[in-house]
Structures are given as structure tokens and as C-alpha cells.
Design a protein around this ligand. Sequence first.
Ligand code: F6P
Length: 547
Amino acid sequence: MDESDITTTKAWQDLQDHHQAMRDTSMRSLFEADDQRAGSWSHQAVDLRIDLSKHLADNHTLELLTALARQSGVEQLRDDMFNGVRINTTENRAVLHTALRNVSGRPVMVDGTDVMPDVLRVLDHMAEFSDSVRNGSWTGATGKRIRTVINIGIGGSDLGPVMAYEALRDFSQRDLALRFVSNIDATQFVEATRDLDPAETLFIISSKTFTTDETMTNATTARDWITTALGQDATANHFVAVSTNAQAVAEFGIDTANMFEFWDWVGGRYSLCSAIGLSLMIAIGKDNFHDMLAGFHAMDEHFRTAPIEQNIPMLLGLLGIWYGNFWDTRSEAILPYEQYLSRFPAYFQQGNMESNGKRVTRDGRYVSYQTGPVIWGEPGTNGQHAFYQLLHQGTDIVPVDFIGFVHPRHQVGEHHDKLMANMFAQSAALAFGKTPEEALADTKALGLPADVARHREFPGNRPSTTILAPELTPNTLGQLTALYEHKIFTQGAIWNINSFDQWGVELGKSLAKQTYAAMKDRDVTALGDASSAQLLSTYLELQDEAR
Ligand code: F6P
């Protein structure tokens, strides 16, 4: 027996047996068997109320899942992360995004050095700079105040600020707009700048490596746009950088005094609380940014200290494993009932899929089990009129997270209560469905032919978590985001994969370079396969015909 393969462990095999026993259990029967279930499966993590009652799980499921977590050493790996151990082994790096929001005053050591003085120094630098943009004392080359800030970055250097800016728009300084350019497709740059005055525009070039092709291509286009309008010397007033690579920043022509640094122990998709959040801080101000950090930290503390049985990120991670590895589900939906969270699913699409889309264990073996799910989602209620059909009656089971707020950002008429009524109703419909008898009765009542009844059945037993927060604020956004980060961590630890590297993006990047060189040389034979060579040759021929 291979002890290092989780599927051979007792905890895993017990879960397989338990799944066989649970296969036909219905959500209705779980509630009938325990009239306290709604209460006893509801938890509190900092300010978030988390209802786990609508899961296909009983107390024994939780015992087995927590045994799996203990046996997999999740707690040790978590402690190693917080203590600065180089748990990102393939890149030989510590994983310390938690230090970025460590508002406790405790030191955080990496190789015997406390990183907190550097973290606090950069936060002060960001605060000073964002104040100067917000109050107009930082001006463009002609002396005009900055009206639009454009963050140029991609992946983790884009999605975090995009998500959080959208989420916290209501806290932003409204006479200062924030825009984002990430795609190498020029359309995004052209559309983002078409109505702007270069003299009032500031670019933040955000790139951990400062080598990412999309970002450097967009940055070069932005520099041309500024210098064409304002002259060569304008770069200094219109560009700042966020990076770990001071040399490349200087070579691009940005004064390193206007560079906001972060460190190799901050993963791109975990970098929102680092200087990558500079654009966000400019939009919402330093106090709101600090409030967000405090929210992150509060959830970090919960994750760091709560026993597995009450540790909400761990329980969410375990339930995800329960479905993916034992019920064979393939995707999870994140469905925020809050328009401001419209980019939250996309943010955790990267967060989760780039972290846990892995097939090799930390000790270099191929996994023999499913790892990270496909993550997707849209805000409610729009999704209800689009893809919920499949959630309710499709052949796949998709575990769902509903996220809602008690108090709306905008109290307008009955909008919020109607929104929340929809969220509660959807979780009930997914869980409890409509039986064949119920479907027949209401089909008849509607005067429809009886054979329509089957189409009107809802199988139910479709699991969901409901997260209810008091109000969308910087603090609760921080809590929510850290909650998902640590859920991802828990799953990666149990699957014994490295959640903090992303080698899977490399092959495409190097082939794109090779293909671009072949295109410029007009040498399709330089491509390694016939299909790509043919595509490139067709592309070049059609371009030639159009000339
Ligand atoms: O897509 C791969 C990736 O390395 C992400 O992990 C990262 O967030 C993104 O590219 C951007 O990288 P950088 O900040 O170095 O430009």
C-alpha cells in the first residue's frame, strides 16, 4: 500500500464507503431526521454567517472529512505557510500573502528576517502616493490633476484590483475614474483611452516580473500614447510601476522612486493586498484599504486558530472534496447576489484554477484522483434567467455558493428584499426540488397534459452553501476573499499538490513567442506541427490578399 497516496488511506476509503451509503440520501430526509439541522449546520466566521445545512452530508460525513484533513496534515502545512516556510517547493518560495494584511503587529519571519517592516514601508509609500493623486497634488506633465488611473496588468496583477474596485465602487472617489487594460488585444487599450485626455491620465504598470508580454506590450503602447501627446519627458508624471523587478522598471523608463515593490513570496493571484492593490487604494483611499486588510486578517486568524471542526474555510474545502472526489462533480459555481461582486467569480476562477489545476503531487507523482474543479459564476438574479436551468434539471450536479448581504449598498424600493428572496428561494429549489407527485399535481392544476409533468419535476438534492454577510464593505470583502483563499489552500493540502506555482501557463507562452517569430519571418516551417503551420499560412495568405 502506498501510504503517501491519499486514496489508499483509511480516511479516504471510509469516505468511499460512506458515499455508497449516502448515494440515495435526500436533502428532505436529512432535514426530517434532524429538526435542529438548520441551526446546527449554520456557522459564524468573523462577520459571515455560513449555512451548510443544504449539503448532502450528515454528521458522520463531517467526522470522516475532518479525519481526512487531519491525516493529510492540513494544519501543519497551514502553520508552515503562516510561519514563512518555503512551501512553494517548485519555486523554492515562502507563501506569505497573509503577512501583507498582518495588522496584528506580530513579526513574520522568512529565513530569520522579519518581513513586516518592508510590508509597512510599502503600505506607507502607497498611502502617500494615493493621497497625492486623490487630492490633486500629483499632477500630469502639464500641471493638470489626474482624472483617470489606468492599471495595466494581467492575471493576478489585474483581476484582484478589478474585482475589488468593482466591489467597492461605492467607496470610491467619484471624480477619479479607474480603468483596467489587461488583454494584448489592442481593443481594450483603444476603448479604455478613446475619451481620455493624456494630460489627466496616470498609468500604473503592474507586473510582478515586469516581463509579461501582454503587460509590456500595453505599457509600451501607453508610453507612446502619452509621449506623442505630451512629449518625451512626460513619462515621469504619467507612469508608476508595481513590481518585484526594479531593473526592468528602470529600463522601461520609470523612476524607481515611483516603483512600489513586493516580494517573491507573494503569488500573483494572492497579491491584492500588496502594492498590486495600488490602483484600488487610489480609488477607495488608504483608510478603506486598511479596513479591507483588517477584514482579510480577521479571516486569516480564524483559519489559523480554529479547530478543523469549526474552521469554515477548511469545512468549505472539505465539502468541495466530498463532491469532487466522491460524488464526481466537476465544477462549482459562485453566485453572488450583489451586483458589486460581479467580478468575484472571475477572480476566484483564477484563484482556484491556477492554484489547484494540478496533476502532480508535491512529491512528484501523478495524482490518481480528481483535483481542482472548474469555477464559474455570475451575479444573481441574471444567472437565474440564463444557466440555472442546468443547475436545477441538468444531468450534472454543480455545488453552488450563494453570497448575499443583509443590508444593501442602495436601499431603493423593494429591490433588495426581492433580490434576497430570490437567493433564498434558489437554494431551497436546488435542495428540495419538486417530486413527481408534486409536479403532476401542479401540471394538472394548470390544465397541462399529464405527460408534461416529468419535465416539471425537480430532482433536488443539489447542494449549496449560503454565505450571508451584514453589508458589503471593505472589511467584509476582505473576509470573503480570505475565506475563499483558505478554502483553496485546504484543498491543495489534502490533494498534496502545490497550490502556489503555475507551470501550466508556460508552454503556451513559449509557443506564442515561437509562433510570433515564425509569423514575422514568414516561415511557417518553423512551427512544430502541421495544423498550426497551416493556420499560420492561411492567416498570412488572407492578410496578403487583403493588401
Ligand atoms: O498567467 C500566469 C501569471 O504568471 C499569473 O500567475 C500572474 O498573475 C500573471 O501571469 C501576471 O504576471 P506578472 O504579474 O508577472 O505580469
